[in-house]
Design a protein around this ligand. Sequence first.
Ligand SMILES: [Zn+2]
Length: 90
Amino acid sequence: MTDLRTPLERKAWEMIGPPLYYCAECMLRVKVTPVPGSEPIIKRDARCEHTGQIIAPRKATLAGKGGMSVAKRVKVKAHQSASSITGRSV
Ligand SMILES: [Zn+2]
């Protein structure tokens, strides 16, 4: 794992907690836009070149509007792509 966060971003983690989604490799935030009836749009930080797992640390707060299932699908999808590249379970 390579932590690419800036000092400011680290401070934000300490003060307000981690972002809604972030890359498991570099810990930079990942923007996930739910698309009804389709795969969610995943937009990573410009510094993030990873294709692996996305962490969704605040699953509980997503439990309302079907966000839970979206987060789960993202994680599963990311997990699958990571496995296919490295050949190991992450
Ligand atoms: Zn990354």
